[in-house]
Design a protein around this ligand. Structure first.
Ligand code: AKB
Length: 325
């Protein structure tokens, strides 16, 4: 049964998470109650599924006008510059990631919005954080500008909740793997590119070394986690910075082995680049016991189940595209 009393604005709706979250929210709240927005043009998968506005979150006045004009009661802010791109332009990454969030939090306070969602990342952790089962509360000394902006952002969320009562909630996403829309500029992007390259060319040149373990999650789990957190009763939410959640942890070598169960001749080459140092600064796995306790988080996909589903869907899309040619 769709929930209809809220009107939602998704900022960054054409991005990797944005597309799938917008579609999931439209199922829950009704198509016309979820306004998709982005600086980029509307993603093809969103076309004709509900309202779309072109919006620059850095322009606070225009954002405020849209919130009032559309009677928005919840904002999902997904636009951000990720870890690898952020290192190429640290000032811009900081400005974009911080000012976008502060604009949204301020408008949420002024307009008394019901809820705000803003994603954090495992990039908040740094070389001094525990590598295995990294806890919710631990040493946090990020070494990328993306990680610094996410950590500062977490504390702005906490501040706006404690000082102004803004019900803002957040998750520290691991690397996210999806087939509907591609990521851009992240360190974990290899785990998305590899499937398409395997299908198209039966080989992949990996920019991380073969035994680099990182926390990862399949997109259906990430979308479900987001909706479950946002639908949880406020009194259950004990973390107002951002929740650790865990799906799986694997290395490039392990994902290659799982791809070989579908494509036995698949070939993997390794040539680590500057993203290796970023990956090496992050934990290999995450302890998500607080999310489990507070709102019942439980992942459904492991590496092989994800690989099977990725190939089913990518093959179906390829056949569809070939039929249309
Ligand atoms: C990145 O690699 O930058 C992102 C992340 C882990 O937040 N996928």
């Amino acid at each position: 049964m769709p929930l209809r009393k809220d009107k939602i604005l998704v900022i960054g709706a054409s991005g990797q998470i944005g597309v799938e979250l917008t579609l999931a929210l439209r199922k829950q709240y009704g198509n016309n109650n979820v306004v998709a927005s982005d600086l980029r043009e509307e993603n093809a998968l969103l076309k004709d599924t509900g309202p779309y506005v072109s919006l620059d979150m850095m322009n606070k006045e225009m954002l405020h006008v849209q919130v009032i004009r559309q009677n928005i009661t919840q904002i999902y802010l997904l636009a951000a510059m990720l870890s690898a791109t952020g290192e190429k332009n640290p000032n811009l990454a900081w400005h974009l990631n911080m000012q976008g969030l502060l604009n949204v939090l301020d408008i949420a306070r002024e307009e008394k919005l019901h809820k705000v969602y803003w994603p954090s990342s495992i990039a908040v952790f740094g070389p001094t954080s525990p590598k295995i089962n990294c806890p919710q509360q631990t040493i946090i000394e990020p070494s990328t500008v993306y990680g610094i902006s996410k950590y500062a952002g977490e504390f702005w969320c906490n501040y706006y909740f404690n000082r102004y009562g803004v019900d803002v909630r957040s998750i520290r996403y691991p690397g996210l793997i999806s087939y509907k829309s591609a990521p851009g500029g992240g360190t974990t992007d290899y785990a998305v590119e590899i499937y398409q390259e395997a299908l198209d060319h039966n080989k992949y040149n990996c920019f991380l070394s073969e035994n680099t373990y990182l926390p990862m999650m399949y997109m259906p789990d990430a979308i479900r986690a987001t909706l479950e957190l946002m639908n949880a009763p406020a009194e259950n939410i004990s973390i107002r910075t951002a929740y650790n959640i865990s799906g799986m942890s694997f290395s490039p070598n392990e994902i290659a082995e799982s791809i070989k169960t579908h494509l036995p001749d698949f070939n993997m080459h390794y040539k680590a680049d500057s993203r290796q140092a970023i990956a090496d600064s992050w934990p290999q796995s995450i302890d998500d016991s607080v999310a489990k306790k507070d709102w019942g988080w439980k992942p459904q996909y492991d590496l092989q189940k994800m690989t099977d589903d990725m190939f089913n869907n990518l093959k179906a899309t390829k056949t569809l595209n070939q039929d249309q040619d």
